[in-house]
Design a protein around this ligand. Structure first.
Ligand code: SF4
Ligand code: FES
Length: 519
């Protein structure tokens, strides 16, 4: 295998890998702006330039310096090369690039949402000059609303063109372009058009500075106060990997988590902004006193139970509910809740797909509960039951089934709906962000998610409710729901795949070292 030495470290690489890629893969942080692993190489920002020495075959393969600094984001690694990214020449270039970028930048970090996760800010500290030598009038540009979710602060832009390439190469929608020339050039949208494709929020993530900002997150929270927890798309069958970012038990934003096999670097706007139901004003988070005792008594006295398990809940929750109901009524009528589909799957240029199926875990519920009825069959057969247990946890109104006047309804749900008015006993459920568990996506990949915030009010995971009811029926103490423990129990019960569930490898976790002060 060929090797290259970067900043004194000898590294192996695959033929065709770029010097920057080899460096980043091995923890060597060469500064870069225009490079993004999923976009074409333009080598325009020039900050990644390094000094490269290469063996010269005409001179006994002796190492010789190449005449110019080379862009490491464009230059394939060569066997035997020696690269210096912090030599005097490379450092002087980095300082010059930073100086040039900051000439017209407003330096308004104090009021910029990107502060704390801005590479312009980071590189100014690491690679910039301590003083400003240039005494010119800065070119200013006003901010511009360029889409449903995106705000452009033009004078913070460093013209890396990542956003333009994203709309050309990933979505194929080309809403963004470069307007003007030289120092006055700017990113723009065509008159009357905005960047409103289904993946538009991703341009906010790939913008390395505070030029493209998220209207939804604007001025909501400083990023260094946010804690980040790995999770999975709770709305569709995509299994897209996400991070939930929260503070003080409030979610502030959802960001994509890279998984090249599932969602690459991206998420849809549907997933990015779809978490709002967690804090919805129509959520029911209070339980009446003794609701669980009433539910346990009702189940014990039932002669036939019909259980409808929502495709919005985790494998672990589904399995515990099924286990509870079958332990009381071995002939219980168990079915899968309604799965809505909107349009058809839509695949973008590089293969990223927006899923039409609007449920994250239909396959996981079937895996957990075995041979269960589909929704229509369940509706027909459930009319013979005297006790109905229904779980919802849909993000908004859902197609609720009819429940007869002579049937007792125990509803475990999150948001007000016609059934919550009808329910004899209502048990508030925790949304996916308030619990841990596993979802199985459209191609049967099982992926775990972690709890981001504490359950709101009296809400509990459906699995915890099942364990509490079981304990009341068995007259013993309940234990705390733990998804990993439930997966082990499921594996012991013969359910395939539950022990192979892999927890996310790395979690970006940011905690503040500065307490908030009320002013
Ligand atoms: S808006 Fe951001 S992503 Fe687009 S060119 Fe400017 S700096 Fe790059
Ligand atoms: S990252 Fe190499 S030139 Fe921009």
């Amino acid at each position: 295998m060929p090797t290259i030495t970067i900043d004194g470290k000898e590294l192996r690489f695959e033929q065709g890998q770029l010097i920057l890629e080899v460096a980043l893969e091995n923890g060597i942080a060469i500064p870069h702006y225009c490079y993004h692993p999923s976009l074409s190489v333009v080598a325009s920002c020039r900050i990644c330039l390094a000094e490269v020495w290469a063996p010269n075959p005409k001179n006994d393969n002796k190492l010789e310096p190449l005449p110019k600094l080379l862009p490491t984001c464009q230059e394939p690694a060569g066997d035997g090369q020696v690269v210096y990214t912090s030599s005097p020449k490379a450092t002087a270039n980095q300082k010059s690039v930073m100086e040039m970028l900051l000439n017209h930048h407003p330096i308004d970090c104090a009021i910029c949402d990107q502060a704390g996760e801005c590479t312009l800010q980071d590189y100014a500290y690491e690679h910039g000059r301590g003083d400003r030598r240039c005494d010119i009038e800065k070119i200013t540009q006003s901010k511009k609303d360029i889409g449903n979710h995106v705000m452009l602060y033009g004078d913070r832009c460093i013209m890396c063109t990542r956003c333009v390439r994203f709309t050309d190469e990933i979505t194929g929608t080309s809403e963004l372009y470069i307007d003007g020339r030289d120092a006055a050039e700017s990113i723009n949208v065509f008159p009357g058009q905005g960047i409103n494709n289904e993946l538009s929020g991703n341009v906010i993530d790939i913008c390395p500075v505070g030029a493209l900002l998220d209207k939804d997150f604007m001025f909501a929270q400083r990023v260094w106060l946010l804690k980040s927890v790995p999770s999975i798309d709770p709305l569709t069958s995509s299994g897209d990997n996400i991070n939930i970012e929260h503070n003080n038990n409030q979610i502030y934003r959802v960001k994509p988590r890279t998984n090249l096999e599932v969602n690459q670097y991206w998420i849809t706007d549907e997933v990015r902004y779809g978490w709002k139901f967690v804090h919805d004003e129509f959520r029911i988070t209070e339980a009446i006193e003794d609701a669980q005792t009433l539910a346990a008594n009702t189940l014990q006295q039932a002669s036939r139970i019909a259980l409808l398990v929502s495709p919005m809940i985790s494998c672990e929750d589904a399995w515990l509910l099924g286990h509870l109901v079958r332990s009381i009524d071995s002939n219980a009528i168990i079915g899968l809740g309604p799965i809505s589909t909107v349009g058809e799957d839509k695949t973008f240029k590089t293969g990223f797909t927006l899923r039409a199926e609007k449920a994250p875990n239909a396959r996981g519920v079937r895996r957990a509960l075995g041979d269960i009825l589909d929704y229509d069959a369940w509706k027909t057969q459930a009319s013979s039951a005297d006790t109905i247990v229904i779980t919802g946890n849909y993000p908004d109104a859902w197609e609720t089934p009819q429940v007869g006047d002579d049937q007792t309804l125990i509803l475990i749900d999150t948001i007000q709906n016609p059934l919550s008015e009808r329910a004899d006993i209502f048990l508030p459920a925790a949304t996916w962000a308030e619990k841990s568990g596993t979802f199985e996506n459209y191609n049967n990949t099982l992926q775990p998610f972690e709890q981001a915030i504490h359950p709101i009010g009296d809400a509990k995971a459906e699995g915890q409710i099942a364990m509490d009811l079981q304990a009341l029926i068995d007259d013993c103490l309940s234990t705390t729901f733990n998804a990993a423990t439930v997966r082990r129990r499921m594996a012991d019960a013969g359910i395939a795949g539950m022990l192979e569930v892999e927890l996310p490898k790395s979690t970006k976790s940011v905690t503040t070292d500065m307490p908030l002060t009320e002013v």
